[in-house]
Design a protein. Sequence first.
Length: 514
Amino acid sequence: MNKKYFIAIWLSNLEIDLILMENPHLKYKPVCILRTYQKKKFIFKVNHNCNSSNLIEGNQLIDAIAIEPNLIVKKALPLKKKKLYLNKIIFWLSSITPRISVAKNSTLILDLSHTFKSSYVDKIKIFLKNSLITAQVSIADTIGAAWAKSHFLKKDMVGNLIEDSIFNLPIKSLRISYSSVKKLTDVGIETISQLEKIPKNDLYLRFDSEVTNLFDKATGKEDEYLPIVKSKPKFQVKIDLFVYPSFKQQVICLTKKLIIALCIKLKSSHVTAQNINIIFNSEKKLQKIIKINLTKPTNSHTHIVAIFIEKLLEQENIPEIQNIKVETPKTYPILYNQKELLDSNTLKEKKITSLKIDNNDISQLIEKLGNRLGKDSVRIFSPGESHIPEKSYIFKLPRHNLQMINWPMQNKPRPKILFEPQPIIMLKQIPKLNNYKLPKLFYWGGQKYKILKAIGPERISSDWWLTKRDNENSERDYWQVKSTCGSHLWLFNSKKKLGINSPSDKWLIQGQFS
């Protein structure tokens, strides 16, 4: 059975550390953060780097000012900033293990049961020290013991030894509630070793299961669940510049290196990106953002660089750039397509057109238009779910998995030009078999058309289950007609039933073949 290893990192003074990072001149000054309780102000955190050793956390503000007249009171930074910095620490620790949990009281727990190395504790301590973070790091074979040792062992004793015992630590190191701690101390139980001597049944009767459960978890008699932080990797690269680039070519060279580095990250994580933001920051806190929108995700830098250069050269001038950042807000996993085992014709009822079009050429054209005109300015045709000709297609934004196939093949010919149905005046018809009347002469657009040849009719049913306009909520009989003047047109007779045996016929024109 593998031995378990847990490292606890208590960020004991994170609030003060973050303030000192933003205000380095206060590093050795008496700085504190307050908390209010029952309308009284108490010192919550204090800067331990200052020379005054009389400032104690928990003292009232009035007493603290009497001890240290030059006391500087600061507001704690917003929780959002604290979480942001905590995430940065977690991101670095994920290089050691992905199994990281955030416990109460600004404590991180690392599960190293399968990846433990004795050098990890020293490595973490050096990283935190270089990051100007006050922390106490300890290692144990249970989560509870690691937490207890990081909080209650003396600072000079917190080390790399897993064998350090927790039995001499106070009972509150077991993470039990304040009321339970008070009840235990009232009967003279102050350490874990004293608690161990009390029979379990007596503890159950007095404290329910809280004390015994936490004691068993800390001593390894019972397993403890560790909730793992799910951290999404951030795909961004950044470079700080000490000298402002004066030519666009310099900006292109620097940004190209960042794009290549970002694509290497994407490839190593087996993901792709469709939208890339290139951000130029200046000292005046003005941002210049170049957005690159692709029709389909990629992790190849070639195409991204080409679009970036084209967009940058369109800019009239470049600001005084302090740093450049390349990032992608969203990534897509790489999907590997599997060939169909059966012929597609046996799986689909409708026949599919085989368009001899290079998808890459179409995708590149859409990308160029989208990056020039705007991401939402380009639309593509896509098959619609309707038999009605003007509803058989829709306009939509191109997706990342753009497909130029899967258009249903029509058995009957369709006109090259299709427009909204326009009413015409039918002047003459010839009766035909099956109660059909053959069109012979009609008036449209200020001109009479004499029909030389008519092919039809082709019945197209309406979407009868939907409420539509008059022309759509009817049955249509379509005709191909060739006129004496050479026009090849597409007409239809709309038959809408207004009541029983009361047909209402309309003739309309909708397309032109040539």
